[in-house]
Structures are given as structure tokens and as C-alpha cells.
Design a protein. Structure first.
Length: 272
């Protein structure tokens, strides 16, 4: 008798927001590898990165790039209908879109805590938390109607602990560099939103979980990595390949009895 692989996603349709970000192609790639057809969502003004474009070019029959804003319900509903017309009703949603930057992405401007502009904080909260909520509403409604689905909200280790500003005290900025003060608050809200949605939609066969990565290798300066790695029990930052298995697990039937959880993939960072 042939065993069915519970990690396979053959015949399923997966949607990933924030597809043009650093982790967007990581999630899309592992979903494709598991057999899903994928829909990449991002803002129209965000050009496709080389990693995203390569992925789309390599799987033209199983991938689709659509423009949508997680803060614009009409664009999300239009994307949902286009995805359904092309591939079928989505059964996997990865809420990846988010902002994790200093108020000046270039690092040319920094702020003291008391001077961080409220508009910068507001945008982070709106995109990371309200954007996750609204996208879940739009795609979750279709999953509820189909009575199946897996929603995976991308969290962060900073949903559980505060950033250690000593990681950045070697950066030559005055005022000193600050991680966005409300970033962790927005991700903590996502973790609790996950629990709420899981309880509401569980009776309809829709599971909702959070995947919270730790620090991911991405060309950070050597001094930052030295400090960060000393704080991680496994002694290193995450590679993209460390994230794909957990994402596939949560998307697939391998986690069919897992909902309302936060899966931390942080090398043990939050244990201390």
C-alpha cells in the first residue's frame, strides 16, 4: 500500500503576502516544493526581487504574482477572486507582509526613544497587525466556506522578548540605533490574534498558527553576528533552510491537530 506523505500539498493553493520581502521567496519556494500552486502578493510599487522573479520564472504554470495591499480590503478581495479563478480556492495563507526597519531604512537618521515619530510607529502596527487581521478575514472567509485551511502568521522572537540594544551599540550613529519600538508589540499582538482566530474558525476546519523566526542570516556585520550568536544556545543565526521545514509542517496535514500555537524557530534564543 502506498503511504500518503502528510507533508505534501499537492492540489492545494497557497497565498503568501509580502512576497517581495526577504522571506517571501523562502515561503513560496518550500510551498512549491511541497506540491502547492502559489500566489505571491505584494504592493504594485514593490519590484520583484531577483529571488522572487527566478522562482516565478521556474514555475510559470504553478505560480502567480498579484498586486495587493494588506491595508486595502478591495485589493485583497480582488486578489482572492483572481487566485481562485486561476488555481482554485486557496487553502493555505502565509501572512508574511510586515515592516521591521528603523524609522530611516538607510540608517542615515536615528532617533532617541522619546522622539520616534508616531507615524512611523503607527505604520508598523497597521501593516504588521491590522494587515494580518484583514488578510486573514478575506482569505479565511473562503477557507471557512470550504471547511478547510491553514493560516500561518509570521511572528518574531521579539513577540516574546525585547530587542537587546547592546547588539547595536557598535553602530556609529548619534542618537544610537533603535529597533522599531513597536515592532515587538505588533508581533505579540499577532500571536494573540492567532489564538483568537483559531478558536473562532476551528469548528470549520481552519487552523491558525504563528511561526516566529529568530535572527536570520542576511549579511549583517560581523560584530552584530558575534554578539547575537553568543546569545543563541545553538550558537548561530538561522539559515533560510532552517525555516522551510517548520513552514511546510504548519501548512500541511502533518500538523492537522495543531492550532492556536506559536512555533518558535529561534535556535533557543527565547529560552534565556
Amino acid at each position: 500500500m502506498k503511504r500518503i506523505d502528510p507533508y505534501r500539498l499537492d492540489g492545494q493553493v497557497a497565498v503568501v503576502t509580502g512576497a517581495g520581502g526577504r522571506l517571501g521567496p523562502v515561503w513560496l519556494g518550500c510551498l512549491l516544493e511541497a506540491g502547492a500552486r502559489v500566489v505571491a502578493l505584494d504592493l504594485e510599487r514593490v519590484p520583484a526581487t531577483e529571488a522572487l522573479q527566478t522562482l516565478l520564472d521556474d514555475a510559470p504554470n504553478d505560480s502567480l504574482l498579484l498586486h495587493a495591499d494588506v491595508l486595502d480590503r478591495t485589493s485583497l478581495e480582488r486578489a482572492r477572486e483572481t487566485a481562485a479563478a486561476r488555481f482554485g480556492v486557496p487553502s493555505v495563507l502565509v501572512n508574511n507582509a510586515g515592516i521591521d526597519q528603523p524609522p530611516s531604512a538607510s540608517g542615515a537618521v536615528s532617533y532617541r526613544m522619546e522622539d520616534v515619530p508616531l507615524d512611523a510607529a503607527r505604520l508598523i502596527l497597521e501593516v504588521n497587525t491590522l494587515g494580518t487581521f484583514q488578510t486573514s478575514q478575506v482569505f479565511g472567509a473562503a477557507m471557512v466556506a470550504a471547511r478547510r485551511g491553514s493560516i500561518i502568521n509570521i511572528g518574531s522572537l521579539y513577540a516574546s522578548v525585547s530587542p537587546d540594544l547592546r547588539f547595536y551599540d557598535h553602530v556609529p550613529l548619534d542618537p544610537p540605533f533603535l529597533k522599531p519600538p513597536v515592532y515587538g508589540a505588533s508581533k505579540a499582538a499577532v500571536v494573540n490574534l492567532t489564538r483568537y482566530l483559531a478558536t473562532v474558525w476551528g469548528p470549520y476546519g481552519v487552523r491558525v498558527n504563528t511561526l516566529s523566526p529568530g535572527g536570520v542570516e542576511g549579511g549583517q556585520d560581523l560584530e552584530f553576528k558575534r554578539k547575537f550568536n553568543e546569545r543563541v544556545p545553538l550558537g548561530r543565526m538561522a539559515e533560510f533552510s532552517d525555516l522551510t521545514g517548520p513552514l511546510t509542517f504548519l501548512a500541511s496535514d502533518a500538523s492537522s491537530y495543531v492550532t492556536a500555537t506559536e512555533l518558535r524557530v529561534d535556535g533557543g534564543f527565547t529560552a534565556w
